[in-house]
Unconditional design. Structure first.
Length: 167
């Protein structure tokens, strides 16, 4: 009987199962339009910062918390009928779409570019551009369901991540 009680106490204890539980929203992406930077957060810390481009007008890149719903390699550019992999394709080699404005990840996304010199500037029609080599690396880290928080703020990424429960 004592062993049954001990087993119950052990199984109900906070150390079961062994290991650490992930933080809410882990991994998590924060995009700060003020700095044109993206922070990738995982395992309770900021893993990497990336320079990005956002909307040429402040309201073009939507603000709020969204969810990654689509991922594509060599994405097709529908607006101008440009196939994936074509050097003229402005989406570059990867597409990570998120559900801003109820678009189901088909209109707004994080993607590469056919103009690497545009990174760091306010030039897009609403998407978030990255250097092609960086978006390929980033694509492997991001899963469907990852949260994306977009804001324009003077706060540090550490502060924003703590406010969102990602650190």
């Amino acid at each position: 009987m004592k062993w049954l009680l001990a087993a119950f106490i052990f199984a109900a204890s906070p150390i079961w199962p062994l290991g650490t539980s992930p933080l809410p929203g882990d991994p998590y992406i924060i995009i700060n339009k003020e700095k044109n930077q993206l922070a990738y957060i995982n395992n309770g810390s900021i893993q990497k910062l990336y320079r990005i481009s956002t909307g040429k007008e402040p309201d073009l890149t939507p603000e709020g918390e969204f969810t990654v719903t689509v991922k594509a390699q060599k994405p097709f550019y529908r607006k101008k009928n440009i196939p994936g992999g074509d050097p003229h394709n402005p989406l570059g080699p990867r597409w990570i779409g998120f559900d801003a404005k109820e678009t189901d990840g088909r209109i707004y996304g994080i993607h590469g570019t056919n103009n690497e010199n545009s990174i760091g500037h306010y030039v897009t029609l609403g998407c978030v551009r990255m250097h092609n080599a960086e978006v390929e690396e980033f694509y492997e880290k991001v899963s469907i369901g990852t949260k994306v928080f977009i804001i324009k703020s003077k706060k540090s990424f550490e502060t924003l991540a703590k406010e969102k429960g990602a650190l």
